[in-house]
Structures are given as structure tokens and as C-alpha cells.
Ligand binder design. Structure first.
Ligand SMILES: [Zn+2]
Length: 317
């Protein structure tokens, strides 16, 4: 049995941006975690592709636009992939047996607080936004910024603009104060694309029980992430360790709110037996030992798809 998989975070566009010889369609180098082949093998129905340029040395908006260009030239050119910008796109993608591909942005540093940049990114297909990476920027403090400040006035303005446009708000990298500011300012829902439970492993990138409960109360979703140091303090980190985070979110009332946010291609170390999309079967098997098939279907894609069908914009004619 291969249960459909939806994954809310990967950084393959970053690797393609850094090395123009790499290919998503046919990766001969083995350097990419997420490739067309491995997604197909995993039973993927949906994958978010993050625009992540915080580690890119060049200044300005160009790396953001180049990432979108790579998404078009390397990802969307495959007939097995369908671009997801609306509810209708996602429905068509699922009924056509294709892999839905959605753009998100991780860190808005390069938008410089300019609403025209955000509106343009919406037009180019960006449907989810994390305002920061780990550092601070004009919008907010990130999770690893010592100051720990919340959203700026401009950041709050951008929360409202995202809600108006139909760009989903991603809290994963925010400082705790910025998280609560975003939860208070948002008029719709929020999501955490790739974060775990800090009551299982205390880490600034993980979410406290109160934060998890707040996301659930706002009808949001939480993608458990395979980053070993957000999963467990010992080594090797195993799939069983990851299951403890899923269990915790469920204990807090999140059975309908757990999803997956691998962070593949954003990590250099892996959970044992979870080194790429082709390994997600191992996670599925471990889940099936502990949960019903219906529950496992929810965790692996059902919750994410339901959420998207509820919150993505309606398709334009
Ligand atoms: Zn990240």
C-alpha cells in the first residue's frame, strides 16, 4: 500500500539556484533529495517548493525571481506536475493523478517591505509566506534572533495584505513573540510548514503546546519536520522519535491538523531511514503500526489537502 503524500516544505529550488548544472527532472549527481523520480516513487500528490535565498550572497530581488524561473523551467515543464495556485488547480491535479506543486517564500527580506513586491509574487504564484528565516528582518524577528521581538508595524501590514491576497501565513521560522503577533493579526488561518513540538524536544524552531493549540484553534495545520536536531537530542534519530511529535500534536487535539513538512534539500543530516521522498514509505509503515489507516491518511496528506481546498484562493476564469 502506498498512501498519498503531501509535503509542505522543501528547499530544492535553493539547490537549483546555487548550482545551475543540477536537474530536478534527472538528477545524475545524487545531490538532490527532491527529484521528479523520487516524488513519483513516494506517491506524492502535493509538494510545496520554497523560495529560500537567505544564504545566497547576492543582494536584491533577483535570486527570488530566478528561483521562480527555475520552478517554471525545471518543475512545471514535467507533465506529471500540475501548478497549484487555486482550489480548482488542486482538485484538477488530484483527479488527474498528477503532483500538485505550489510556491512558497521562506523569508521576505528581499521584498523590502514593498507591497508591490508581495502583490507581484502573488501574481507569480506564491501562495504561502514565512516572513523570516532564522534572523531578523524588516518584518519580524526570526526564531534564532536573540532579541526575540515580534512583528514590526510593516510586518503586521503584510499579514493583512497576505490575508487579502490569499497568501497563507507560515509561522515556522518566527520568534515566539512574532508568532503571537501573527496569530493575533491574522484574519484567516495560520500554518507551520516545518516545525515540531518543543514539549518533546525544546528548540527555538519548535512550537510550544500553547502555540500548537493556537494553530489548531485557528483551523491551521502543522507540518512535522524531519530535521534531526528538531526531532531528538540523541543519535541516531529514528522515525520512532519523529512519531513522538505527531503523537504530542494529536494529544493537544491536532489529529485533523498534523501534516508533513520534510525540509528535504534544506538539511544535510537525516533521520535514520528518512533520507528523501523515496523513504517516506518507512514513515508510513511506522505510522500504520500505531494508528488506523484513516488516521495515517490524514497525517500523510488528508489534512494538508483539506486545508488547502479550504484556504487556497478560488480559481479565476
Ligand atoms: Zn526552514
Amino acid at each position: 500500500m502506498n498512501i498519498p503524500v503531501a509535503d509542505f516544505h522543501c528547499d530544492v529550488l535553493m539547490k537549483l539556484l546555487e548550482d545551475n548544472k543540477l536537474s530536478f527532472q534527472e538528477d545524475a549527481t545524487g545531490q538532490l533529495d527532491v527529484t521528479l523520480q523520487k516524488l513519483k516513487q513516494s506517491g506524492a500528490v502535493f509538494q510545496t517548493f520554497a523560495i529560500f535565498t537567505s544564504l545566497t550572497q547576492r543582494a536584491g530581488i533577483e535570486p527570488v525571481l530566478e528561483s521562480i524561473d527555475l520552478f517554471h523551467r525545471q518543475v512545471l515543464t514535467n507533465p506529471e506536475i500540475q501548478w497549484v495556485r487555486s482550489k480548482e488547480d488542486l482538485k484538477a491535479s488530484i483527479s488527474g493523478g498528477r503532483i500538485g506543486a505550489m510556491l512558497s517564500i521562506e523569508g521576505m527580506d528581499r521584498l523590502n517591505g514593498n507591497p508591490a513586491m508581495l502583490r507581484s509574487l502573488y501574481e507569480l504564484g506564491v501562495r504561502a509566506a514565512g516572513f523570516t528565516w532564522n534572523n531578523a528582518n524588516w518584518a519580524a524577528d526570526g526564531a534564532m534572533e536573540e532579541r526575540g521581538a515580534g512583528l514590526t508595524a510593516k510586518g503586521k501590514e503584510f499579514v493583512r495584505l497576505c490575508d487579502e491576497l490569499g497568501i497563507l501565513l507560515d509561522v515556522s521560522h518566527l520568534s515566539e513573540r512574532a508568532f503571537w503577533d501573527m496569530a493575533d493579526t491574522a484574519s484567516r488561518t495560520i500554518l507551520a510548514s516545518h516545525s515540531n513540538a518543543s514539549s518533546i524536544l525544546p528548540h527555538k524552531r519548535n512550537l510550544s503546546d500553547d502555540q500548537i493549540k493556537a494553530i489548531i484553534a485557528l483551523q491551521g495545520v502543522i507540518g512535522v519536520t524531519y530535521v534531526p536536531y528538531f526531532v531528538s537530542g540523541h543519535s541516531p534519530v529514528t522515525i520512532e522519535d519523529l512519531l513522538r511529535h505527531i503523537e504530542r500534536i494529536c494529544e493537544l487535539g491536532g489529529e485533523q491538523h498534523v501534516m508533513l513538512g520534510s525540509d528535504f534539500d534544506g538539511i544535510e543530516v537525516y533521520i535514520d531511514q528518512l533520507t528523501g521522498p523515496q523513504d517516506v514509505q518507512h514513515l508510513q509503515d511506522a505510522l500504520l503500526k500505531r494508528y488506523s489507516e484513516e488516521q495515517v491518511r490524514r497525517f500523510m496528506s488528508g489534512n494538508a489537502i483539506r486545508f488547502l481546498l479550504q484556504h487556497l484562493p478560488d480559481g479565476r476564469s
